[in-house]
Design a protein around this ligand. Sequence first.
Ligand code: ATR
Length: 280
Amino acid sequence: MEKYLVIGDPIGHSRSPGMQNAAFEALGMGRPYGIRHVTPGELPDFFEYARENLSGVNLTIPHKLQAVQLSDRLSGCAKRCGSVNTLIIKDGIITGDSTDGYGLENALIHCFGRSLAGKRILFCGAGGAARATAVHLADCGCSEVSFINRTVSKAEELSAMCQRCSDGIVSECAEPGDEKKCIELLERADYLIQATSVGLKESDPSALPEKYFRPGMNLCIFDTIYRRTALQELADALGIPCANGKEMLVQQGAKSFELWTGVKPDLEVMRRGFDEGVTN
Ligand code: ATR
């Protein structure tokens, strides 16, 4: 019987089962990780099911905020960012944790090979993906965590959270149409994190316009979306280093696996599981 699940609404696209089951199999634990479609209205009942029947859960869109309220306990990280993507279930107690920030931090280090200490981070987006990760980056010694977002009030909320969590950190906000401010933020950033949902559909434009970038600018772009997007094509054309969201998914999944089993999984095994896209 499945002891671990990934849940979301929608959920059909998830690569987590292939990735996690590859790591479980490598430890001789079979393939205990499944996938289930759970709507927001079903989430409270799902928690009661999980309490009795499961050892661990990954949650994705749109459950990460509601899970903060439903968990019996929260890790320090989940409390600080107000987001839960991992449930650890032991003796009927459900602990909510968040491994997204760890996943992004380690994906940046893996993809671009530099530590984050003193680096300037610029998020494009201030929705769930930015909320789950920005505070963690502020915590890891970055000197700036700023936000470009269509709804400026959401950017300001995340900016205030980063400033509360890290004394003296620089955090500014801009809306995507403010060309002068956006270019100023992009010119001084070390990393641009694309954390909007723009790019999920094949027909989507680049999350930021081409005129905001210049060839060879000193910037690394990390797009949290793992399909090829217009922004990734633009970065390639301009010679700007760019990575997609695969490594973040692998790294956050590896941290969840470690929280459940106490074992650090083989990342190469998980990357291969991700690529194979096996779903059960
Ligand atoms: P959630 O907030 O639940 O993660 P979302 O509504 O898909 O999910 O939004 C994620 C991010 O993508 C947000 O930063 C959102 O901008 P707003 O805060 O202004 O809503 C951004 N986003 C979604 N669609 C967008 C679009 N067409 N243009 C620009 N930004 C967009």
